[in-house]
Design a protein around this ligand. Structure first.
Ligand SMILES: Nc1ncnc2c1ncn2[C@@H]1O[C@H](COP(=O)(O)OP(=O)(O)O)[C@@H](O)[C@H]1O
Ligand SMILES: [Mg+2]
Length: 303
């Protein structure tokens, strides 16, 4: 396989802010690569540098065999870009917008085919301004594909969507992967990265803090069980509950979460503590640890 993207020691500073702080990664042709991280992690900055839309401060970048910092229109012709917020003319119809943008490319896709691909057939002759948020995002996606690109950048394609719209978008993005194109996707949704990507780089504070296939990231946590319940309303410190636990506990959103390799012993202690006080632990759950736990550990709780 050949690399579609090679990044070595990429740095981008804005004044005193090191938005991207020494990134190295590569993306193979035909791969779906997700850059996952919280707001401000440096995702948009990174993809904009790869697209040639933003100059870098340091490091080496090769995209489709060229340096995006100095590449010409032939390079841009091979890219499909879906921005975090595209400024398209809301007075034009879906079809008009696509007709207009396709003139910029040397091998544009057929407009009807594109409208089918993003499932906007019934809205093709409606003005963009009258569409729902999710439908507008699908127009953005169609614009990213209008040049039949070899490499597609999707910057937070489903941020702000309701769950149903996110699932429809995932189906759509999976359709793209079946076209065999290389896709770089940014997201702050862990499940999105896990569902769509072949490989994930977790970005926090401008650095890659973990990288691998979703299943490798999951394994890196090892086996574990999570016990959680709502913070009990008691007039005593929780030391008698928490200190004897073998696992590690933390508070999150008015809940206590315990990650443990000794779930039987810890659960016995917790239920003994509660029953001896006549307390019913509301929302008591025992689950296996999720990739989300790895992610929150990596990027910090406040994400
Ligand atoms: N044009 C800019 N000027 C100054 N600071 C910026 C600019 N763009 C982004 N930043 C800062 O760089 C950091 C990374 O931002 P960004 O790449 O947009 O992150 P993300 O897309 O992961 O949310 C943030 O601290 C952000 O405030
Ligand atoms: Mg961003």
């Amino acid at each position: 396989m050949t690399a579609a993207i090679e990044v070595r020691d990429l740095v981008k500073t804005y004044g005193d802010t090191r938005a991207v702080d020494g990134l190295s990664f590569s993306v193979e042709e035909g791969e779906v690569f997700a850059i996952l991280g919280p707001n401000g992690a440096g995702k948009s900055t990174t993809v904009e540098i790869l697209e040639g839309h933003r100059p870098r401060t340091g490091g080496d970048v090769t995209v489709l065999g060229v340096d995006p910092g100095s590449a010409g229109s032939g390079f841009r012709d091979r890219l499909g870009i879906v921005l975090q917020s595209a400024g398209i003319d809301r007075e034009l119809t879906v079809r008009e917008v696509l007709e207009y943008y396709r003139t910029a490319y040397s091998r544009p896709r057929d407009v009807n085919e594109l409208i089918e691909l993003v499932e906007l057939g019934e809205k093709a002759d409606d003005r963009v301004g009258t569409l729902s948020g999710g439908q507008q995002r699908r127009v953005d996606l169609a614009l990213g594909l209008v040049g039949d690109p070899d490499l597609i950048f999707l910057d937070e394609p489903t941020t702000g969507f309701d769950p149903a719209a996110r699932r429809r978008s995932w189906d759509l993005i999976r359709n793209l992967t079946s076209l065999g194109r290389t896709i770089v996707l940014t997201t702050h949704y862990l499940d999105e990265a896990e569902t769509l990507a072949d490989r994930v780089a977790v970005l926090a504070g401008g650095r890659i803090v973990a990288e691998g296939t979703p299943s490798a990231l999951r394994e890196s946590l090892g086996e574990g069980t999570r016990i959680s319940f709502e913070l009990p309303a008691v007039d005593e410190p929780l030391n008698a509950l928490l200190d004897p636990l073998r696992g590690t506990s933390r508070g999150r959103d008015r809940r206590i979460e315990i990650t443990t390799d000794a779930p039987t012993a810890d659960l016995a202690h917790i239920t003994a503590w509660a029953t001896s006080r006549g307390i019913e632990l509301a929302g008591l759950q025992v689950t296996s640890t999720e990739l989300e736990d790895v992610y929150l550990d990596l990027v910090g709780e406040d994400a």
